[in-house]
Write a protein that binds this ligand. Sequence first.
Ligand code: 5GP
Length: 194
Amino acid sequence: MKILEERIRKDGVIKAGNVLKVDNFLNHQMDVELFRQMGMEWKRLFEGCPINKILTIEASGIGIACIAAEQFGVPVVFAKKSQSINLDGEMYTTRIESFTHKKTYDVIVSKKFLGADDHVLIIDDFLANGCAINGLIELIDEAGAVLEGVGIAIEKGFQHGGQKIRDKGIRLESLAIVDSMDDLTGEIKFRQKS
Ligand code: 5GP
């Protein structure tokens, strides 16, 4: 998606350790008009899929998921990061390793909000090694729900989460795929859509 690529080039800051900071429009200050256009693009890409719910993970996925949900006319459920899992059987649970914080979280979704009747689109801001998305897929599997696909704002194609998800036959639509980025020169290369 050209406008997203241009915005990353303009405002993205490449940090050591393969981290791309996009605090100016996505992860801290949020450009809601850009989010709206991203939501419209996912709506176009997933046209015809019987999506009735969007699933994301707190915190940074929530904003883009909510604006996308307006286009789909469906609710958003966000998986909550939890300090301790209570094992009363009311929650689906999984563990997710955080790329940016190098920590492992327990993540929960209430059984009230995800079930076998749901056709789910996962939305998140970044895809790196795929831990966050794989955790969300585990929650969907636990619930017996159907995964319709995954929508990502920025995929870092030089890490391998995206490849692993596509190899499983899951439909993955990343709006910008960064194939390389150089923290010394600031150069960013995007994958061309085939
Ligand atoms: P993964 O689980 O795919 O390794 O990493 C995805 C999660 O880590 C995303 O939800 C995002 O919050 C965070 N993340 C991974 N790489 C980056 C990055 O380069 N920049 C930012 N801002 N967040 C990232």
